[in-house]
Design a binder for this molecule. Structure first.
Ligand SMILES: Cc1cc2nc3c(=O)[nH]c(=O)nc-3n(C[C@H](O)[C@H](O)[C@H](O)COP(=O)(O)OP(=O)(O)OC[C@H]3O[C@@H](n4cnc5c(N)ncnc54)[C@H](O)[C@@H]3O)c2cc1C
Length: 429
């Protein structure tokens, strides 16, 4: 493969190589589109790798009905073939609710995502930062990227913004949803790797005692949140801990930098507490920080439909449903130790409509991942990686279809989109 040209044409430009973006790029390429996938780091995965989240949550309803599959399943199967993912587990959370998950090794996920894009024929453009976007009226025309070799201009038929912060749509002049009174952005978290852990001893500690240890750590100021959440690394006696809490707007460059520094401090303090107070952790050390602080929420686009918490809780049925989910509304308050966690019924799954992927002000753009058009509360459910992958697959499939119509994302045939997704193994309800 040669060097990047200074001008590139693409059917679909996917901006942001997190799990949503990678699934979008692979789906679009598998459906025949020429795809460029832009990512600022030298690897794909976003929060899933750079943020070291290390567990895919909520594949099924509480009674075991599968609601996320498709490309996300393929990711897990490939992780397992490298030995980089554990079994599918159902566990009881500290809140008493049932949850299911697959723990994985973030480093192996990088390889899996590399394999997926390479095999699909996606053109990755790594170490590329969004510079700006030129639109004419409702059409995105060009996207400029800052790369090691200089500025690269991409001329896409369809732009899929999966940058999490939806920087490209911001540049393209899209409109965004505001927080309501009393709402705040979910905090960011610096994940950290800690080990070795005697998992046998740790697992033998009753849940009530773990909750008491977490509460004590929080009250003593050793933990920024009253939790000891972790995901085990499949290769070692280590786990990735999700304990720090940083109340910031991660689109503010200075605040983001401060959060990285404060996040490492919080992680260090938490690691000392684990060593001193938590059974099974006495011999452990802080082994690594995540590459960057993990960001739960920033911008949400104003889309043709704004998915609401009420629609998730009913659940509303949509003719244009393109993905489903069963993760509860899970709000980490910016201050204080407790989660706001709304459990769903045993067989409760909700749907995500295609219209929530379409920015109101643009004709040839889509969004997927944590920037979709949803209220703050609804995003607190649908932001998880399983659902982000499902929505990414749908966005990529739709973008490939839209190319045939010159990039017009509103005119694609919805029954054909849904039938294609079902054929490709996705769950829509
Ligand atoms: C601490 C934490 C814990 C979580 N726990 C869980 C969990 O246990 N289970 C679960 O399933 N989900 C969990 N989540 C949620 C989940 O990780 C995210 O919501 C999900 O990964 C979002 O994926 P995404 O692809 O939309 O965005 P991101 O992962 O944010 O990906 C965006 C990508 O775009 C790139 N990018 C951004 N801006 C630019 C730019 N200007 N130019 C070029 N590239 C750019 C980024 O580098 C990144 O790769 C957690 C999230 C956090 C932060």
């Amino acid at each position: 493969m040669g060097g990047a040209q200074s001008v590139m044409d693409a059917d679909v430009l996917v901006c942001g190589g997190g799990v949503a973006g990678t699934m979008a790029a692979v789906a679009a390429a598998r459906h025949g589109a020429r795809v460029v996938l832009v990512e600022r780091y030298g690897f794909l995965g976003g929060n899933a790798t750079a943020g070291a989240v290390a567990q895919f949550n909520s594949w099924q309803t509480a009674n075991g009905r599968r609601v996320v599959a498709g490309l996300a399943n393929e990711v897990v199967a490939r992780l397992r073939s490298y030995g980089g993912a554990g079994d599918h587990q159902v566990f009881t959370m500290s809140t008493g609710h049932k949850m299911d998950r697959v723990e994985y090794a973030p480093e192996v996920l990088k390889l899996v995502l590399d394999d997926l894009v390479t095999e699909a024929g996606v053109q990755p453009l790594l170490h590329a930062n969004l510079l700006d976007v030129q639109s004419e009226g409702r059409q995105v025309r060009t996207v400029r990227l800052l790369t090691k070799g200089g500025i690269v201009t991409v001329r896409p038929r369809v732009l899929v913004d999966t940058s999490g912060d939806i920087d490209a749509l911001k540049q393209a002049g899209a409109r965004f949803l505001a927080l309501e009174d009393g709402e705040a952005l979910q905090p960011a978290t610096m994940m950290f790797r800690f080990g070795p852990i005697d998992f046998g001893r740790l697992a033998a500690v009753p849940a009530a005692e773990i909750a008491a240890l977490a509460r004590r750590g929080f009250e003593q100021g050793a933990l920024a949140r009253a939790a000891l959440h972790s995901a085990r690394d499949p290769f070692s006696q280590d786990a990735w801990f999700n304990i720090s809490r940083l109340g910031i707007d991660a689109t503010d460059a200075l605040a983001l930098g401060r959060a990285e520094i404060e996040g490492r401090r919080q992680a260090w303090r938490a690691a000392q507490y684990l060593r001193s107070a938590v059974p099974g952790c006495e011999d452990g050390r802080l082994v690594a920080f995540a590459t960057q602080v993990g960001v739960r929420e920033t911008r949400r686009v104003e889309g043709e439909h704004v998915l609401s918490a009420e629609e998730l809780l009913q659940p509303a049925q949509f003719d244009d449903a393109i993905a489903a989910g069963a993760y509860p509304i899970d709000i980490h308050p910016a201050a204080g130790g407790e989660l706001v966690y709304s459990a769903l019924g045993d067989d409760h799954a909700y749907q995500i409509p295609y219209r929530s992927l379409i920015p109101t002000t643009l004709d040839n753009a889509l969004v997927a991942g944590r920037g979709v058009s949803a209220t703050h509360q609804a995003l607190a459910a649908i932001r998880v990686m399983t659902i982000s992958m499902a929505v990414g697959q749908a966005a990529g499939t739709a973008a490939a279809m839209a190319c045939a119509a010159g990039g017009a994302v509103r005119t694609i045939d919805i029954p054909t989109l849904r039938a294609t997704l079902l054929r490709d193994g996705a769950c829509l309800a």
